[in-house]
Design a protein around this ligand. Structure first.
Ligand code: ADP
Length: 604
């Protein structure tokens, strides 16, 4: 069954949740920071706006502030005060005021008598003319009548327009004859504001909104009014309403900045919708959040890559360790195998030794059994010369009786020859039956050949046998016994001379050596008659001979074969293609040794 993850999406959701958890505490300070920054920018902007507006407002007010005292000194005005009943004087005053109004841009300019009645006004021709109306209840009139410059904000009782009133007393000596008033229209200062998201608010000393870009806020109280204030308001009627309702502004919806105008007791405020601040903050948080998210994701990616890298390293090192472990195990196995092999080799060597020993014993046993089987022929071999010796001896006695000394001597010589032959037979048998326990040693081949040749040199020369020798100059070292090797070589050379004696001249004997993988093959070839078919098969058997009993015993090759095998070598019999026998001694190579003469006897 294939192994699939039961919840493949879980890790992704989990990492997203972790990401969100990481982001949340980072976003909060980011928002604080953005808020602080943007509110700072906003405050600075609003401050500039406020400055501008306040400067504009104060500029407007101050422009008219100086007008009433100047007008108060004009002779036409004073004359109108002195002669209020004179129609032409009042007409002149009306015209003057209307002229000045036109030139200064004031809303209304009017002259009030000490009782509060309006004597002349710039709007004398209009329906809502101030002329003959009494404004003595207005605070600016009261102030001026007390000799102080009067100021007042209020709604025009006839026009309904918001206006600011500047009043100045008109003196004559200590007496105050009347009051000169300039009313300016403030409605237009609102329109200057335009369609801005920030809202403007001018409150008077009661905290009542008198100028605002929001019509619904107008004449609403921004703070609670006490009873005295309420009474004053009712008395002076500055607003359209007798009791201004409270202004209800959502606490968190607006950011407020204000500037008090000390001289006139007003406060100019600028209200910025909170949204105005929220928008850039939200954008900043979104941008910052995205950047942070990207950063965290990048960090996550980096960490993941690092984890993968570390995992790979760990895997690599694990694999290496496993490999080392395997190599170690393999080495141990090999060592175990090696020691087992060594043990096996030892056992094998031991077995081989035992085998060699067994073989040796077998050979010995077979020799003994051969001796047993050949005892008959031995006794036959020995009985023949013995019988001959007896007959020669008997015969010698008879010859001695007949004084035939020479014949006796001849008989004795024959007897001696026969004993020699018998000794030879016995010596051969001894050599064959002897159990050779000498271990092979390093023997130099060429000197052994030289020795064997030297022993037969006389006979060879007599037979005029040509020796063709093809041996390397460098000494060839072989595993053998000094004496045994000479014995073998002597036997083979003697056999070759025997064979050559059967053929006429030219008689040749070849000696050559061939290096093989195991050691040296020494070839002995003659151009005699060669082995007969039967001899090739049986020549190694003890007592096989094709020679007369006087010439051979048939033990030579049997002894040579046994000796060679005991030395770890081999004796090969063959006929050369060009005729004649070729015998090969297969000898094993040996380390270079020292040429020593063996204590063994040389037996032929
Ligand atoms: P022996 O020489 O006493 O006969 P060997 O065992 O030495 O006994 O030889 C056995 C026989 O092998 C010989 O009788 C002979 O027939 C044959 N033989 C040995 N050497 C040669 C040779 N060089 N050429 C031909 N025949 C050989």
């Amino acid at each position: 069954m294939p192994t699939t993850h039961p919840h493949p999406h879980r890790p992704r959701w989990r990492s997203l949740a972790i990401l969100a958890l990481l982001l949340a505490p980072l976003l909060w300070p980011l928002q604080q920071l953005a808020e602080r920054y943007y509110s700072g920018v906003l405050v600075e902007q609003n401050r500039q706006t406020l400055d501008l507006y306040v400067a504009n407002l104060l500029g407007t007010l101050r422009r008219y502030e100086v007008l009433p005292p100047i007008l108060a000194d004009l002779p036409a005005v004073r004359l109108a005060l002195r002669q209020p009943q004179d129609h032409s004087v009042r007409h002149a005053a009306n015209q003057l005021l209307s002229q000045v109004r036109q030139q200064t841009g004031a809303d209304v300019i009017y002259l009030m008598a000490a009782d509060g009645n309006t004597l002349a006004a710039s709007n004398w021709q209009q329906d809502d003319s101030f002329v003959a109306r009494n404004f003595s209840y207005r605070p600016y009139f009261k102030e001026a009548m007390h000799g102080r410059p009067g100021r007042f904000f209020g709604l025009g009782t006839t026009s309904g327009k918001r206006g600011y009133f500047f009043a100045a007393p008109i003196r004559e000596g200590q007496q105050i004859l009347g009051v000169m008033v300039v009313k300016i229209d403030l409605d237009h200062t609102e329109t200057l504001w335009g369609q801005r998201p920030e809202q403007l608010l001018v409150t008077d000393s009661y905290g009542v909104v008198i100028l605002t870009s929001q019509a619904q806020w107008r004449f609403h109280a921004t703070r609670a009014l006490d009873n005295v204030e309420r009474a004053t308001i009712a008395d002076t009627q500055p607003y359209r309403v007798q009791s201004p309702p409270p202004l209800q502004l959502e606490a968190n919806a607006w950011l407020r900045q204000e500037r008090p105008l000390e001289d006139i007791g007003w406060t100019v405020s600028i209200l910025t919708p909170q949204a105005q601040l929220d928008r850039p903050v939200r954008t900043a948080v979104a941008v910052g959040g995205s950047a942070l998210l990207l950063l965290i994701m990048l960090l996550g990616l980096l960490m993941q890559r690092r984890r993968h890298y570390l995992e790979r390293i760990a895997l690599d090192s694990q694999a290496r360790q496993q490999l080392e472990q395997r190599v170690l195990e393999r080495t141990l196995d090999l060592e175990r195998l090696n020691s087992r092999l060594r043990q096996e080799v030892l056992e094998r060597e031991q077995a081989q030794q035992e085998l060699v020993q067994a073989q040796d014993e077998l050979v010995q046993a077979s020799k003994l059994s051969a001796l047993g089987t050949m005892s008959a022929s031995i006794s036959h071999e020995l009985n023949q010369p013995l019988a001959a010796i007896r007959s020669y001896a008997d015969n010698a006695g008879v010859l001695l009786d007949h004084q035939r000394g020479d014949d006796v001597r001849a008989n004795l010589k024959l007897i001696s020859q026969l004993t020699e032959r018998m000794a030879s037979i016995i010596a051969h048998l001894r050599a064959f039956a002897r159990r050779d326990r000498h271990a092979p040693e390093s023997v130099a081949l060429q000197p052994a050949i030289d020795d064997a040749l030297a022993l037969l040199a006389k006979r060879r020369q007599a037979m005029q046998v040509e020796l063709i020798r093809d041996l390397p100059n460098a000494t060839l070292w072989v595993q053998a016994g000094e004496t045994r090797l000479r014995q073998v070589l002597g036997n083979l050379l003697a056999n070759a001379l025997d064979a050559l004696s059967e053929v006429p001249q030219p008689r040749r004997l070849w000696l050559s050596a061939e290096l093989t993988a195991e050691g040296v093959d020494l070839h002995l070839r003659d151009n005699g008659p060669g082995f007969s078919q039967e001899a090739l098969q049986r020549a190694r058997e003890p007592f096989f001979t094709t020679k007369t009993s006087a010439q051979g015993l048939g033990l030579g090759l049997a002894i040579c074969d046994t000796l060679m095998r005991a030395l770890g070598g081999e004796l090969l019999l063959a006929n050369h293609p060009d005729g004649g026998a070729q015998l090969t001694l297969r000898l094993r190579a040996a380390d270079q040794g020292i040429k020593t003469q063996s204590p063994e006897d040389f037996v032929v």
